[in-house]
Design a protein around this ligand. Sequence first.
Ligand code: AMP
Length: 418
Amino acid sequence: MIQLIRGFKDILPDETPTWKHIEETAVALFQSFGFKEIRLPIVEKAELFQRSIGENTDIVEKEMYTFEGSKGELITLRPEATASVVRSYIQQKLYAKDPIQKLYTIGPMFRRERPQKGRYRQFYQINAEVFGIASPYIDAQLISMLWTFFARLGISGLSVQLNSLGCPACRPAFKEALSSLLASKTGNLCADCVRRQDKNPLRVLDCKVPSCQEVIGDAPSMADYLCDDCARHFRTVQSALTAQNIPFELNPRLVRGLDYYTRTAFEIQTEALGAQNAIAGGGRYDMLTEMLGGPAQPAIGFAIGLDRLVALLMEGLPQQELTPDIFIAAMGEETREKTFAWSCALGREGIRTEIDFSDKGLKALMKRANRVGAAYVMIVGTQEVEEGAVLLRNMETKEQIAIPIDGLVDQVKKYLTN
Ligand code: AMP
């Protein structure tokens, strides 16, 4: 038997209603905050991610699915969506129409990470990105929108982790201070962090290896290095969140795995999922549009991890199954033409209808109706057809009524919707 590839998964019918519910909740909410949908390819030039996410990040160093196109160009399955949205904002000149764009997109991302519970190689995100607004209030509004989103889904036990990563004016001094601390403790760092300590010392801050954690305990905090503008921005984000009654924790170790972030970085974490506890994350990326060859425009966005959210919602929740309203128990080939036509017509009327086209007896058909959880069974044998009326049985009360064949679809519809 051919099995699916490690790190990938099937999303089966008992899960898809939860996926849909989450997506619909997000779309309705995001639209009321002025977001519009954008749909983008799942492949892009490798260069897009190398330049935006950064060469010395886990994603670019070891997690991208990259292959050669027919002309030898390198093509990558997108590991995240922000770079693609920025590419489109620039390439399609969305900024010329209006520099302020609020966009969302939903779809799969691909990262060759070590698979484990809550971590897949194809996973799904809902992304929201805002271009053209520098104000710290939009940072707070996005976090507030996320908070409402989780509240609407009935998810509690969440915390907002907040940090500022500064800007090109103030980050270099912080990086230098961090680098010199790391240089003095190289012996205690893991191999990855030793490699990174010069090129990307920030990444050491969120290394999970215990010996690195110990070194990081003494690390300087970006908050102490922020320039006046960044410090003011960060203060306003915090006071705006407080004004919205959104609890947050300042987390100086929160750096996020991508290089393009500036200023506000945030993550929503849950107590419920063990090691993979981040269910959404985002931040400001004010330099990225310019870095990728577009006009300088401030921007901020976030990604919600759908897989983990589904896991959270499915836990302990009774699943609502989409069961048939009506099961047509048709006996005998002579009834087939009529029952087939009724099943199509009832389906068109929005009545969830099941029919068994094989030649079974009443007992077997009733068994099947029970198994699929039908609310009503329509019993149609040759005798019923001859007499011009079928039986409609309520599977809960066991009551049966006769429905004339003449005008059957309308009558069944009326009966079921009353
Ligand atoms: P990131 O794009 O890394 O900031 O991730 C944003 C969100 O996507 C995280 O908070 C996770 O919920 C989710 N996520 C990231 N990587 C994975 C993965 N490999 N498997 C499942 N969910 C993921």
